[in-house]
Design a protein around this ligand. Structure first.
Ligand SMILES: Cc1cc2nc3c(=O)[nH]c(=O)nc-3n(C[C@H](O)[C@H](O)[C@H](O)COP(=O)(O)OP(=O)(O)OC[C@H]3O[C@@H](n4cnc5c(N)ncnc54)[C@H](O)[C@@H]3O)c2cc1C
Length: 339
């Protein structure tokens, strides 16, 4: 093994600069890889030293509650290749929002509703990122990965990725098994924006001919007004997923709460409820527990007011989900990966 290729390796690496929560936990080892040979050497190093592997992009969907005893690999593989007029192959380390801007500048449409989601392209299929009525799964053609268990590269076609709401085969797999190298997306060359999401539809007149560029700017405006910038205050966006409950349970809740925002699923047998609304009703907006807190404008966003530990934030999240369980009988599941 070439020592030169492991020259990036950091021992006892502080993780605050590598996650948007900015909590100070440590990784036994951390390495940033810029190409495939560096990645393979890093995986070999972990195998030879019996270290668990975890991959990070921008760390915008992770909360470390303790030190990580293994090797963290930060994937920095870059490049955008136009395989056909509408097909792109993108390196896992590319910044997601930059990709969205690149597509619009090149008259490729579809990603505009997903503007300003922090993070890398490689992480996007892991939890099937979604916003404003669109999820990435509708554009994924295939995902190229390195399988650390089989020690070989594999391709997953879209159906094999088993995408679901904030979920995929990759998210359910053992941690560190699949390292996403590239994502292939099939976009559209016709400008046909999706305006189904109420907050977006309200921005435009019903008979207006809306362009993808306008949707992009509207999404950026809404997001900037609602969500804290992780560069200013540590956070990981929505901490919990929107819960899916039975129609029977939904009826009980809506009898007492006519304003509960909910979307019917599977012909109305199930409903997806707004976790933000549940937490708001439970009185969480703007509350603090020491250095951890809940964002003033959004009850679903936990924040690090500066110096909070991962455990502080985790305990607050537990308190919040217990209160929703107590008040509504609904168990919230974290969207953020707790490590
Ligand atoms: C302010 C804010 C707003 C947000 N809004 C949204 C939103 O609207 N919709 C949404 O879906 N998400 C949202 N998120 C969450 C986050 O942006 C996404 O989940 C994003 O895809 C995470 O990218 P990342 O590179 O930071 O991944 P990380 O946080 O580094 O990692 C997330 C997961 O992906 C895995 N992973 C990362 N890279 C790779 C790779 N190359 N190969 C294999 N596994 C990998 C990690 O192991 C981890 O399990 C938001 C976060 C913030 C801070």
């Amino acid at each position: 093994m070439s020592e030169a290729r492991l020259s990036n390796l950091i021992e006892n690496a502080p993780l605050d600069a590598y996650t948007t929560f900015g909590v100070k936990q440590y990784a036994h080892f951390l390495i940033e890889v810029n190409n495939l040979p560096e990645l393979y050497v890093a995986v070999e190093f972990a195998r030879d030293n019996h270290l668990e592997v975890m991959v990070l992009g921008s760390g915008s969907n992770v909360l470390f509650v303790r030190d990580f005893p293994g090797l963290i690999i930060i994937v920095r593989l870059t490049g955008i290749v136009q395989e056909s007029p509408t097909r792109l192959r993108i390196g896992a380390g590319e910044d997601w929002h930059n990709l969205v801007k690149w597509t619009l500048a090149n008259n490729l449409f579809g990603l505009e509703n997903l503007a300003l989601i922090p993070g890398t392209v490689g992480a996007a299929p892991i939890q099937n990122i979604g916003a404003y009525g669109v999820e990435i799964e509708r554009f994924v053609k295939r995902v190229h990965v390195f399988d650390t268990h089989l020690a070989k590269n594999l391709d997953f076609e879209r159906d094999a990725c088993d995408f679901a709401y904030r979920d995929s085969l990759f998210k359910r797999a053992p941690r560190g098994r699949y390292i996403v190298l590239e994502v292939e997306l099939e976009l559209s060359d016709s400008d046909a924006p999706v305006l189904t999401y109420p907050a977006l539809a309200e921005r435009f007149d019903a008979d207006e001919q809306v362009t993808a560029e306008q949707v992009y700017h509207a999404v950026c405006d809404i997001r900037r007004s609602k969500l804290p910038d992780p560069k200013v205050v540590g956070n990981a966006g929505s901490f919990f997923k929107n819960p899916v409950i039975s129609a029977e349970k939904f009826l009980k809740i809506s009898e007492k709460n006519e304003d509960v925002p909910a979307f019917p699923l599977e012909n109305g047998d199930f409903y997806k409820l707004s976790a933000a609304w549940l937490l708001d009703k439970a009185g969480w907006k703007g509350r603090k527990r020491g250095l951890a807190g809940v964002f003033d404008h959004h009850a679903l966003v936990l924040v690090n007011h500066g110096g909070a530990t991962g455990e502080d934030i985790f305990l607050l999240a537990q308190e919040m989900s217990s209160s929703v369980l107590h008040k509504f009988g609904i168990a919230l599941q974290p969207e953020v990966l707790i490590v």
